[in-house]
Design a protein around this ligand. Structure first.
Ligand code: GLA
Length: 387
């Protein structure tokens, strides 16, 4: 949909013109999975697709929420802006508004809000973070609150915790806020220091494969992983006090892993985190040195660790990645995002893309009965005001 079409839709629904249009992207993570809430490294990039938000001040005491992707229409008075709703997409923008109110921001007029997004929902490409960050970016601009992009990401993350009830890390919101065209973000999730690394690779594309098996982040399995890591930290802290798992190098981990003997699950989860942090550092180093084969090997090893130690893959994601590994011209392939369904990300030589789609698509359909989708990712910029 073009911005003109979005403006027309807004006028048709609200019988007035939008004052501004904002955009914030989804993301794909190249490597560094389930490390963010463990204080480790991640390496995501913002996508060229994402979520659009149009708004106007309506001069009333009500905030109206509509989405071109959802039938539901919601109108909330000022005193309803800090309470989460049951089962509603509105919780994402509402959760962000609640964070502004918590920080002392006063709403003097109501708003008419219209959302439209083109990130496939439930694909693990951060449609929810895009919605949170576009709302935070728009409010920050409209209300003149002056928060920087990192603060906006933190607001989005808090909204996710309190209104979507997912105890996520900062990666998705950070990538949506801070992305840069043709770059990936090497982010230290403990300090939030980051470096933009070019990923415009000669003759190689970032290919996203959608399993169309919805990832179920809100099913509790994600929060369960967060809790298992916390448990690992507690057990390890009995022999060596730590605040988060990514503090440990692989050698440190070897020295303390006997503290996890009583809890085999916590042991596996911790091993994934510690090795994934190392893989992410090594992979970024390899990419900077132009050693793509090495980067690809790290991606594959990341998938194996997420499959065997972190146990967040499943038949669909495993089939998609394992079939990709067989195709000549594939540099590396792994699940991306929270897991339990969603997408894989692969680096593929341009001349192998058609074969990839044909071969992997056929094998995947044969094994799972599901028709997948493939997109060549364009790496885009973070949140912005379009008009
Ligand atoms: C989801 C969360 C992120 C991150 C990933 C896994 O996308 O929102 O914070 O934990 O899963 O790496």
């Amino acid at each position: 949909m073009t911005t003109q079409e979005l403006k027309t839709s807004f006028e048709n629904l609200y019988h007035a013109s939008a004052e501004a249009i904002y955009f914030s992207p989804g993301r794909v993570n190249l490597i560094g999975e389930h490390t963010d809430y463990n204080g480790g490294y991640v390496f995501p990039c913002a996508l060229s697709f994402g979520t659009y938000l149009l708004l106007r001040k309506n001069g009333q005491n009500v905030v109206n929420f509509r989405s071109l992707n959802q039938p539901e229409v919601t109108a909330l008075s000022f005193d309803q802006l800090t309470t989460r709703l049951e089962n509603s997409w509105v919780n994402y923008p509402l959760g962000v508004i609640a964070q502004f109110i918590k920080r002392g921001v006063k709403f003097e007029t109501g708003l008419d809000i219209l959302i439209w997004g083109n990130v496939p929902n439930g694909a693990g490409l951060s449609s929810s973070a895009a919605l949170e960050v576009v709302t935070a970016y728009a409010l920050n601009d409209l209300l003149g609150t002056g928060y920087d992009r990192t603060e906006l990401a933190k607001i989005g993350q808090k909204a996710e915790h309190e209104f979507a009830l997912v105890n996520c890390g900062i990666m998705d919101q950070f990538a949506s806020a801070n992305g840069k065209k043709d770059h990936a973000i090497f982010l230290d999730c403990n300090t939030l220091d980051f470096e933009l690394v070019p990923v415009k690779l000669e003759g190689i594309k970032v290919l996203i494969s959608n399993t169309h098996s919805p990832h179920k982040l809100d099913s509790g399995a994600y929060n369960q992983r967060v809790a298992e890591c916390k448990r690992a930290v507690e057990l390890i802290s009995k022999v060596r006090p730590i605040s988060y798992l990514a503090e440990l190098t692989e050698a440190d981990f070897k020295a303390v892993e006997s503290a996890l003997e009583s809890d085999l699950i916590a042991h596996k989860r911790a091993r994934h985190v510690v090795t994934e942090v190392q893989r992410t550092t090594d992979a970024v180093k390899a990419l900077k040195a132009g050693e793509l084969e090495k980067f690809g090997k790290m991606m594959n090893a990341s998938h194996v660790s997420l499959r065997d130690d972190y146990e967040v893959t499943g038949l669909e994601l495993d089939t998609m990645a394992e079939e990709a590994w067989k195709v000549p011209g594939v540099i590396g392939s792994r699940m991306t995002g929270g897991g339990f369904g969603g997408c894989t990300v692969s680096l593929v030589k341009e001349e192998a893309i058609d074969t990839f789609i044909e071969k992997v698509g056929t094998a995947y359909k044969a094994k799972t009965g599901i028709t997948p989708d493939f997109y060549v990712a364009e790496i885009g910029d973070g949140a912005s005001k379009l008009l």
